[in-house]
Design a protein around this ligand. Structure first.
Ligand code: S3P
Length: 171
């Protein structure tokens, strides 16, 4: 089955790497956050604010369940919190080869500075929240992934070459 599933913390580069990787492979690019936003006709921030995180997490699980058996030649980027639910990690592995894009705390902090689109990191002490979540989630991402690829200080082409080589997906 030729799908690549990108997981990793907010700001690790799933969308920017994913779109370029899809282009190189002539695959579709898809993103669970966008699927959810289109389905609800609301932004992720509004969903969190109006329905709460639990509701959003249910939408995430329903979204990937709905993709089982229907996804081909696709690079799918998933929200940073999606693999945390054990059930979801199993579903992702049914969808394709799961690639963890690993970025350092410093890179992530830099990329997320001033961001207003991620409800989990809004308000006071965003950096402390980032650190705590990152520490908690890192082993979960590692266990959920078939492959871990580090992204710090690397050019997109270099990261993409490694993903193509290690997944064996044919361009
Ligand atoms: C979240 C990550 C976000 C989005 C939501 C929650 C998380 O996606 O799903 O804000 O829990 O890490 P990105 O990882 O694409 O930013």
């Amino acid at each position: 089955m030729d799908n690549i599933i990108l997981i990793g913390f907010m700001g690790c580069g799933k969308t920017s790497v994913g779109m370029r990787l899809a282009e190189r492979l002539a695959f579709r690019f898809s993103d669970t956050d966008r699927i959810i936003e289109e389905g609800c006709k609301k932004s992720i921030s509004s969903i969190f604010a109006e329905e709460g995180e639990e509701f959003f997490r249910k939408l995430e699980t329903n979204t990937i369940k709905g993709l089982i058996g229907r996804l081909t030649d696709t690079v799918l980027s998933v929200g940073g919190g999606l693999p945390v639910k054990e059930e979801n990690a199993g579903l992702l592995r049914q969808l394709g080869q799961v690639v963890y894009l690993k970025a350092s705390r410093e890179t992530i902090r830099k990329r997320l500075a001033g961001d207003t689109t991620r409800p989990l990191l809004s308000g006071e002490q965003a950096e402390e929240k980032t650190d705590a979540l990152l520490k908690f989630r890192t082993p979960i991402y590692e266990a959920a992934a078939h492959i871990t690829v580090t992204t710090d200080g690397r050019k997109f082409d270099d990261i993409i070459d490694e993903i193509i080589r290690r997944t064996g997906v044919n361009p």
